[in-house]
Design a protein around this ligand. Structure first.
Ligand code: M7G
Length: 312
C-alpha cells in the first residue's frame, strides 16, 4: 500500500545501531519530504524481528515456507527456515521522520559512563538542560493527552487532573506490536492539573503517591482483564534520565527481559519508588541519583566534568 511505497523510497546513509540478540537494526537515511518535490529529510528506521506467538507454533507446516538442513550429528540437527506469508507480521518497523539531531544521537550506538547526580548537580546542570527543551519535544505526549492521536488505543483514563490532582492515562507503547503478549509494553502518561508540571523522578513527592499507586493497580487490572497476565506478571519502571520530560511509567511483561532500557543505571522499579516515598516524601529531592549516560547525550560532557567535584 501507501506505506510500502513510502518506505521503498528510503535511501540508506548509515547503519547506526545493531543488536543481534534483540534481532534489531537501526538505519539512518533519507525519505522524500513531499510527493512532488526532490527535497529529502533525515529518517531513522528501526527494524526488529517480532517475537513468536505460541498459538502459531502448533502446526509448524503452516508456519514454515522452506527449510534447509545445515548439519546433523547423532541426535542433533540444525536447519535454517523461512516463514510463510501469513496474517502475523515478521517485522516491527519504527520510523522517525523527520528526525532531529537529538534523535540521531539517541539512536546511535555509543559508549556509556556512569555518573552521580547530587541535588546540587541537578540544580546546576540538569535542571537548566531540562528547562531548555522546547515543548515541541513532547508534542506526541500532548497529542495523546488531548485525544488528538491514538485515542482509540486508550486503555484506562483517570481524570483527577480536573479536580486539582494528578490524573493519567494508559496506552500501548510504540515499542509494542499490539499483539505479542510476551512482549507486552504499555505506558502511563500523567495528566497535569492546571499550572503544575511533573517532569521526572527527581520531582516526585508524597503528593504523587495516590497517582503512582493508582497506575500500579490499574496497569495490573488491565493486563489481567485484556491479556490474562497473572498477578506479578508486570514490571513497572521509571527511567532516569528519560528521553521525554513529561512524567510517565513503563509497563512491561515481567518475562520480557534483556530489553534495552531495563538496565541498572536507567530503570527504577515503580514499587521501589513508591516505597521510598512512603518512607520520606521528599527523598527524591535529597538523593544522589546515579545513572548511565551515552557519549552522544547532551549531559555527557558537563556531567562527566562535574564528577571531579564530588567526594569519592
Ligand atoms: P522515555 O523513558 O522517555 O524514553 O520513555 P526511552 O525509553 O525512549 O528512552 C518514553 C516511552 O514512550 C518509550 O517507551 C517510547 O517507546 C514511548 N513513545 C515514544 N513516542 C514518541 C511515542 C508515541 O508517539 N506513542 C506512543 N504510544 N509511545 C511513544
Amino acid at each position: 500500500g501507501r506505506e510500502l511505497e513510502f518506505l521503498g523510497n528510503f535511501q540508506l546513509t548509515d547503519v547506526i545501531n545493531e543488536d543481534p540478540v534483540a534481532h534489531s537494526i537501526t538505519l539512518l537515511g533519507t525519505l522524500p519530504t513531499g510527493t512532488d518535490s526532490d527535497k529529502r529529510d533525515r529518517a531513522i528506521i528501526t527494524l526488529q524481528k517480532t517475537a513468536f506467538d505460541a498459538a502459531e507454533l502448533e502446526h509448524l507446516d503452516s508456519l514454515l515456507a522452506s527449510v534447509k538442513l545445515l548439519e546433523s550429528n547423532d541426535i542433533y540437527s540444525w536447519l535454517m527456515g523461512s516463514l510463510k506469508d501469513r496474517d502475523n507480521s515478521d517485522l516491527k518497523i519504527n520510523v522517525i521522520f523527520p528526525a532531529t539531531d537529538v534523535h540521531v544521537r539517541k539512536y546511535t550506538r555509543q559508549s556509556l559512563i556512569l555518573v552521580r547526580e547530587t541535588p546540587e548537580l541537578y540544580e546546576r546542570i540538569v535542571r537548566p538542560y531540562i528547562d531548555a527543551f522546547p515543548p515541541s519535544r513532547i508534542e506526541w505526549v500532548q497529542n495523546i493527552l488531548d485525544h488528538k492521536k491514538e485515542v482509540e488505543k486508550i486503555l484506562h483514563e483517570d481524570d483527577s487532573h480536573l479536580r486539582g490532582g494528578f490524573g493519567y492515562l494508559i496506552i500501548p507503547d510504540m515499542k509494542w506490536d499490539l499483539t505479542t503478549v510476551s512482549a507486552l509494553y504499555l505506558v502511563a502518561l500523567v495528566h497535569l492539573p492546571p499550572g503544575r508540571s511533573l517532569r521526572s523522578l527527581r520531582e516526585l513527592t508524597q503528593e504523587h503517591l495516590p497517582l503512582l499507586r493508582s497506575i500500579r493497580r490499574h496497569a495490573a487490572r488491565i493486563a489481567n482483564q485484556r491479556w490474562n497476565v497473572p498477578d506479578g506478571g508486570l514490571r513497572l519502571f521509571v527511567h532516569y534520565q528519560p528521553s521525554y520530560y513529561h512524567f510517565h511509567v513503563h509497563i512491561v511483561n515481567a518475562n520480557y527481559t534483556g530489553l534495552a532500557g531495563q538496565s541498572v543505571g536507567q530503570a527504577h522499579l515503580l514499587d521501589d519508588v513508591i516505597s521510598l516515598l512512603e518512607l520520606d516524601g521528599d527523598i527524591f529531592q535529597k538523593l544522589t541519583l546515579s545513572y548511565n549516560l551515552g557519549s552522544q547525550h547532551a549531559l555527557y560532557t558537563p556531567m562527566q566534568a562535574a564528577q571531579a567535584t564530588l567526594t569519592s
